[in-house]
Each structure stands twice: as structure tokens, then as C-alpha cells.
Design a protein around this ligand. Sequence first.
Ligand code: GMT
Length: 375
Amino acid sequence: MAKIGITCYPTVGGSGVIATELGKLLAEKGHEIHFIAAQVPFRLNRVYPNIYYHEVEVSNYPVFQHPPYDLALANKMAEVINREELDILHVHYAMPHAICAILAKQMCDRDVKIMTTLHGTDITVLGIDTSLKQMIKFGIEQSDRVTAVSNSLVKQTKEMLDTSKEIDVVYNFVDEREYYRKDKGSLRSDYCIKEEEKVLIHISNFRKVKRVPDVIYAFSLIEKEVPSKLLLVGDGPEYSECRQLVQKLDLEDRVLFLGKQDNVSDLLSIADLKLLLSEKESFGLVLLEAMACGVPCIGANTGGIPEVIDHDETGYITELGNVEQIAHYATHMLKDDELMSRMSERAKEVVRDKFSSETILKQYEDIYEQVLVRD
Ligand code: GMT
């Protein structure tokens, strides 16, 4: 069994979710897990006997114009590596975590192995930024092992950073104990969804890259053909603009803004179709969560989305921004109950066969083993 440090962003997004769920699964298998982060990761919501949490404390000494979080993180990493005798430090998100890990390794007395998992925005957004590009490339090239969450992200990383570093693909996974289709009893009627109405759902952090207005425009066409409601789950910078658009399109009684929600699997359990129309998406963990709950998905033909949705099998892949095409596929499916239930079953099967937590955990454990025996 290994002693593994994990660093991730504790509050936001899929990268933190994957890092935390991975830590929990590894701990269940008997590994000793040490989270090193600015806050307790939000999915670490109870006591786990072999999981430890080490908080990064940042000095706010008045001379510092900006509190030096990255250096404090590197310092904490070095301290934990030495004291807890870590074998591996697995960081999620290159910037700044991979760079801090390399620095920590240089500061401490142990030959700890650094593994970096790329999640997307660290490459597709920050990698474009010339002030960070060299630093991200350095973090990746100096890591002992690098993984990315889709083939598309590997390709993009290599092209953008001009690196020949070997990068393995390890797809994301869901915790099947949480994500399955539940009997949600009165939830549909609690939201005043009528018996005959279909439920479409979109879940995101409402950043521009998620193109939530496309979801709303597509829905405005769909609801003309199929009695339906749209659940918009999440919050973020584009939230108000989306509310205004819904008002402008006179859809206020058909679109429900639910804000941030913790129990997303409950909402997915009353949904018939999930939409993710982002212009950048290295994987789209929310698609997998939906599929695990038997919800077919429509996704844009961008990034890793086509690696998650099988066109015509578990949903549809559409051209970015082509709302007519999105509406066409959605109405075609929603009008055909047999097709819907076939796609729903297939979605659950694909999650079981390709993205199960057992399969993905094994891939990470194999990589840990390889990196430890390499010397
Ligand atoms: O999508 C976001 O805005 C959050 C971001 C993150 O860093 O958590 O998500 C990225 O990592 C997820 C987990 O691997 C992926 O499922 C998302 O596709 C990826 N987001 C983007 O590439 C935009």
C-alpha cells in the first residue's frame, strides 16, 4: 500500500471532485491518503480513517503585496512529504499545483514521485496565456508521470505546449453509489412538472465557455414541439444574462433556475435529456453523471465530449452553436419513448463498461505502481 499526497482545488469544478473521489476510493483500498489544500475538499464530507487533511496556511505579513499562496503550498507539500514519508504526490491541475510539487520535491529529502493530472482549463485556457505557458510546460515535463482526462486533451496539450512528454489518458469516473437513477417520488410535482412533460437539464458553472444561451435557444425550439421543462442548475458569471434571455424569450414558466445544488443525482433522476454545449470541454464530468443516472445527452462536438457521448447510441453530438440541429435531435428523441429508453439503458451500460470507478481506480493504481518500481 502506498502513501499518497493529493492536491486539488477544494471548492470548484470537476477536477476537485475527481481528485477527492479518487482519494476516497484509494483510502477504501487501504492506501494512506494525505490531502494538501487550501480548504477541506467539499466532497470530503465525513470522517475517513486513513484520510488526512493538511491545510495550507498563507502568511499575510504586511510587506507582501500579494499573499504567497503558491510558495506556502510548496512549503506545506515539502513538510508533508518528509513528515508523512509520502511515496507519491498526485496533483490535479497543472497550475500552480504541478510547479509547487516540483519545488517541494527539490526542497525535501525524499525521492517522492510527482504525478500530474491535467483536467482541461489548465491547458485550454491557461496554456494560451503567454505569461504562464512556460511554467505549465515546465511543471508537466518535470513531473514523473502525467495523465489527462481525454485523448483530445492530450493532443491539445502536446500541440499547445509543444512537448513530447508522454501523457496517459485516464478518463473520469463517477461514484456509482451516488449516481444511479433513483425513485424521486414527488420531486417532479414539487417542481410543478406535469405528467406529460419531458425534463431537460443543464448543469454548469455558467461561465461563457459553457454557452448556456445555446441551451436556452435550443430549448425555445424544443418546447414548441414537445411539452417540456428545462432545469438550469448551477451559478456563475453568465447567470443574470441567462435569466434575461429567458425573460426575453417568454419562457419564464418553462425554465427553472435552481442555482447551485448539492444533490445533483436527485435532479438527474427526474431528467430525460441532458445538454452540454460548451465551446471547450476536456471531458464533461456532468455528462457521465447524467449517463450513470440513465439520462441520454446531447453535447457539442468539442474537446473530449465525443469520447463520452456515443453519437446515436447514448445521445447525439452536434455542431457547436447549431441550435436548430440540437433541437432537431432533441425532439426526435423526446418524441420516441422506445428510443429514449434504449438510449437511457445504453448510457448506463457505457458508464459501467468504460467509466466505472473500479476500472479507472485500477488504471491510476497501475500507474502508481509503475512509477514506484521504475527506479
Ligand atoms: O469545467 C470547468 O469549468 C471546471 C473544470 C475544472 O477544472 O474542474 O473542469 C475541467 O475538469 C473536469 C474534470 O476532469 C472536466 O470534466 C471538464 O470538462 C473540464 N472543463 C473544461 O475543460 C472546460
